[in-house]
Design a protein. Structure first.
Length: 107
């Protein structure tokens, strides 16, 4: 049996990961956010999907940045109104995101 439990909230950043995240510049955070937004849609998508696609696309630019950090950026984008999120923002696999700004532009 696996130790994986998708009912547990996503773990916090480790001290090492927090230190790495603090080194990211405003331009780098914008790059990450823009990439996350590019993988949202006018339809609901699982946040884990959006994060996975983003990590695959920009991994070489940001090696070692963990999925939990990208989850925190999704939360930031939702709190700032850039995207709409549903579900528990503390559980990447249990939440969904949509880019309603994009949906308004496409309609």
């Amino acid at each position: 049996m696996s130790d994986f439990d998708d009912k547990k909230p996503d773990g916090p950043l480790t001290p090492k990961q927090e230190a790495q995240a603090r080194l990211l510049t405003a331009a780098q955070l914008r790059r990450i956010d823009d990439c996350l937004l590019s993988h949202t849609s006018h339809q609901w998508r699982k946040v884990a999907y959006v994060i996975g696609q983003t990590m695959k696309e920009i991994y070489d630019e940001f090696p070692g940045v963990p999925d939990v950090f990208y989850g925190l950026r999704i939360k930031h984008l939702a709190e700032s109104g850039a995207i709409e999120a549903a579900g528990n923002l503390g559980r990447m696999r249990w939440r969904a995101a949509t880019n309603y700004t994009r949906a308004r532009r496409e309609n």
